[in-house]
Design a protein around this ligand. Structure first.
Ligand code: NDP
Ligand code: 2IT
Length: 444
């Protein structure tokens, strides 16, 4: 395999899909050497078979707003690879959603899920529906219309969706309700469900908690204590909130949060009480993070990201490409010792190069944010055995999974000078397992 040639080919066949090209490039670049030790992979054209999704469904979603106006949106499900288990991955509702973004997310999900040790393939879905400012009734009608098309492509052993940007417990509930009605079955076809109908304890917390567990493992390699460390967190949704919750519990000090309008900087630290305010603001009132600054009298910067503020650790938890090369330079100049990604692909390739050149601890999303899908996998297990586990049991499994992923990154990513290249480690560990499974299953 020659990475540049594979990429050129993908760009020619699938033009105008920059996020997809970016994700593929990052993985291929770091597995090239390992892959080329296996001539049997090349003979079986494994690269194309693992880069191009198995299939993509796209459909029109039509729904009616509260004023009686009819709207259309596009709905998609990308089923990337089911070599090691049923397709598994979230649904994103955001105005920016398009095939390129969902293809990058489904591609990443395949290797992330492989890292979890649980039997899950990779997929992702979503719509360009913009949930901002919509009433609960409008959200419900949209989710129902979306599932009216999606339901025939998913199932507990086929494809199991969950949440992502714009999709939390409320949306999963509406989608599951409609699915159950159409499919005439009560099974674990969605994860992130409400606790009264098959949801797992700790699933809402899992991505944020898991990211902090991964960060702890990284810090341990340098004998650094998290206590008292100032943390720059971006986003203010599910992942950001539970990242802050765990950081606070461990004595670290989150000082920033953001949304698509801007960021807040609270030098006193976001406390448990202030975090409760953020949860209400975002989950209940669906307000803007600027309101935090109004309430607590701290700094708010419109239209900017928090990476220029002083901190010890950065945990990007909003969206892709939110740390540019120059943002990464600011982080390094300010003495940040670790970057652990809660979001998917938040660092641009330029940013990754800066962070790795500075030899700081840097964990890519597919390793650091795998806690969310891991507990989704545990939810599937609980649904299959028709039991529910205690929060402690789930949390312990989550800790074990995150430390196992860390161990694999160290195993496959340690370089000659001792620096752990977590990107390389995660990509090799995740990719090789899927590759072996595909090879064993023949040319299909
Ligand atoms: P939420 O919808 O709960 O929150 C998203 C947050 O990010 C909001 O604060 C939102 O601001 C902000 N945001 C979204 N898009 C943009 C943008 N284009 N520019 C700036 N800010 C933006 O989503 P999650 O917390 O669930 O997801 C956050 C990230 O974590 C995503 O990358 C997702 O793929 C990833 N992830 C999520 C998992 C999960 O279990 N939920 C698991 C693993 C990864 P605003 O309100 O203004 O839109
Ligand atoms: O990016 C992700 O890993 C998620 N949005 C969670 C997917 C899942 O199936 O729980």
């Amino acid at each position: 395999m020659k990475v540049e040639q594979v990429l050129e080919d993908l760009k020619r066949r699938f033009p105008n899909e920059p996020e997809y090209h970016q994700a593929v490039h990052e993985v291929l670049e770091s597995i090239e050497e390992e892959y080329n030790k296996h001539p049997e992979f090349e003979k079986a054209n494994l690269i194309e078979r693992l880069c191009i999704p198995d299939r993509i469904f796209s459909f029109r979603v039509t729904w009616v707003d509260d004023k009686g106006n009819t709207h259309t949106n596009m709905g998609y499900r990308v089923q990337h690879c089911n070599a090691i288990g049923p397709y598994k991955g979230g649904i994103r509702l955001h105005a920016s959603v398009n095939p390129s973004i969902l293809k990058f997310l489904a591609f990443e999900q395949t290797f992330k899920n492989s890292l979890t040790t649980l039997p899950m393939g990779g997929g992702k879905g979503g719509s360009d529906f913009n949930p901002k400012g919509k009433s609960s009734a409008e959200i419900m009608r949209f989710c129902q219309a979306f599932v009216t098309e999606l339901w025939r492509h998913i199932g507990p052993d086929t494809d199991v969706p969950a949440g992502d940007i714009g999709v939390g417990g409320r949306e999963v509930g509406y989608m599951f309700g409609m699915y159950k009605k159409l499919a005439r079955e009560f099974t674990g076809t969605f994860t992130g469900k409400g606790i009264t109908f098959g949801g797992s304890l700790i699933r809402p917390e899992a991505t944020g908690y898991g990211n902090v567990y991964f960060l702890l493992e990284m810090l341990k390699t340098k004998n650094v204590d998290i206590k008292g460390k100032k943390c720059l967190v971006s986003g203010s949704g599910n992942v950001a909130q539970y990242t802050c919750e765990k950081l606070i519990e461990l004595g670290a000090i989150p000082v920033t949060l953001s949304d698509s309008s801007g960021y807040i900087y609270d030098p006193e630290g976001i406390t448990a009480e202030k975090l409760e305010y953020v949860k209400e603001l975002k989950e209940l009132y669906r307000g803007r993070i600027s309101e935090y600054a109004d309430t607590y009298g701290c700094k708010y910067v419109a239209g900017a990201r928090p990476w220029g503020e002083k901190g010890d650790i950065a945990l990007p938890s909003a969206t892709q490409n939110e740390i540019s090369g120059s943002d990464a330079e600011k982080l390094v100049a300010n003495g940040v010792i670790a970057v652990s990604e809660g979001a998917n692909m938040p660092s641009t390739p330029e940013a990754i190069a800066v962070l790795q050149k500075a030899k700081i601890l840097y964990a890519p999303g597919k390793a650091a944010n795998a806690g969310g899908v891991s507990v989704s996998g545990l939810e599937m297990t609980q649904n299959s055995e028709r039991l529910s586990w205690s929060a402690e049991q789930v949390d312990n499994q989550l800790k074990w999974i995150m430390s196992n992923i860390h161990e694999n990154c160290v195993k496959y990513g340690t370089e000659a000078d001792g620096y752990v290249n977590y990107v390389k480690g995660a990509n090799i560990a995740g990719f090789m397992k899927v590759a072996r499974a595909v090879m064993a299953q023949g040319i299909i």
